[in-house]
Design a protein around this ligand. Structure first.
Ligand SMILES: [Ca+2]
Length: 370
């Protein structure tokens, strides 16, 4: 009873703070559930035929008919180490999918009993994967179950970016001899581009593009502005949106607004540290962000250029308005659903699809679209 009272007090306090921090307006949205029963739907990618590939963290891949909600299991999925936050993670179509047929995946691979964030690609024939090929098994393996990352995005110039968390070993995020806490830049075949920022330096992995990340579970590459955006889980009160540039250090665990979970104790050298990049936005309290898009579509013209991410802990769809790369406003949608939002993508029609940890996928269109 005492514990219940304490939990209630804590949750009400959290609600009060976040309610001040942002407004909510779902009234202009038409929100429809299109599918359910998808476990933890981590990654989503829409195929040219209009169906959606959905990874389920526990190790399944499904094709979802977005009109009927019908689900079809895809065979040929590798064994994944579904432990803690790990499992079958992101899915993304190659920019040259129509010609090459490559589909990219991230997952936690069992390496000697430990989990390693891994990038792979495969082809889809009917409802079966073929040509599965691990492009990079990162050396981030540990028996810890947290902070795998990992999103995949493309720059449309022959490169992909792929994020990896610190795997619960925070000091590794400042080391350049491992993949922990980094964003990597690779060619589409997994090889290292020779114009990567650390190529040719001793004791630095040449695939590293940026480092000092804690757990980046959202990435978005804007092909028009050629900007790479990331959103990552900080510790308590330290979630960040970053504009990710070549060779830069994003601070973790030396520079962070976050506090230790066991007590409100500061971490590292301070909130902002010389030589380390400041975040574009910090969330206090943490929302636990996952998935990221910068809206480009015509369905919601007023949203163009805005960042959208899912919020797991604070259970909403998060919108950040930018002006000249500064965060100037924030809106929180879908709060009444009371569900952990796992991912958000934009469809070719300019609609948003969000997935929840309840195994559901929702479509968001302008109100009155029916
Ligand atoms: Ca940072």
């Amino acid at each position: 009873m005492k514990l219940m009272g304490l939990l209630l007090a804590v949750s009400m306090c959290t609600f009060g703070v976040s309610a001040q921090a942002a407004s909510t307006s779902d009234k202009n949205l038409q929100i429809n559930k299109v599918a359910e029963g998808l476990g933890i739907p981590w990654g989503m990618a829409i195929l040219p035929d209009g169906t959606m590939l959905v990874t389920q963290r526990e190790g399944k891949l499904s094709r979802v008919n977005l009109d009927s909600g019908e689900k079809t299991d895809i065979s040929g999925v590798p064994a994944v180490k579904a432990q803690g936050q790990g499992g079958f993670l992101d899915v993304a179509l190659s920019p040259d999918y129509a010609d090459s047929g490559w589909i990219y995946f991230t997952y936690s691979k069992d390496v000697d009993g430990q989990g390693a964030t891994t990038l792979a690609r495969a082809k889809l024939n009917g409802n079966a994967l073929s040509d599965w090929n691990d492009l990079l098994v990162t050396n981030s393996r540990t028996s810890k179950g947290q902070h795998y990352g990992s999103r995949i995005v493309f720059d449309q110039q022959g490169h992909l970016f792929f994020s990896i968390g610190d795997r619960g070993e925070r000091n590794t995020a400042q080391e350049l001899t491992n993949h922990n806490g980094t964003v990597l830049r690779l060619k589409l075949d997994g090889s290292v581009p020779q114009d990567n920022p650390f190529v040719g330096q001793d004791n630095v992995l040449p695939e590293i593009w940026s480092y000092g990340h804690r757990n980046p579970q959202g990435l978005y590459y804007n092909v028009t502005t050629q900007q790479l955006w990331g959103i990552e889980h900080g510790p308590r009160g330290g979630d960040e949106i970053n504009l990710i540039e070549a060779g830069k250090n994003y601070g973790w665990p030396e520079a962070t607004y976050g506090k230790e979970y066991y007590a409100p104790v500061s971490i590292g050298q301070g909130k902002e540290v010389e030589g380390m990049e400041n975040a574009i936005k910090v969330y206090v309290p943490s929302i636990a962000p996952s998935g990221l898009v910068q809206y480009q579509g015509e369905a919601f013209p007023e949203w163009q250029g805005d960042l959208f991410s899912g919020a797991l802990a604070l259970q909403h769809l998060n919108q950040v308005k930018l002006d000249n790369n500064e965060a100037v406003d924030e809106v929180r949608y879908l709060r009444d659903m009371n569900k952990r939002i796992r991912n958000v993508i934009e469809s070719p029609e300019g609609w948003l699809y969000v997935s929840t940890d309840n195994g559901e996928i929702y479509r968001i269109q302008p109100a009155g679209n029916e």
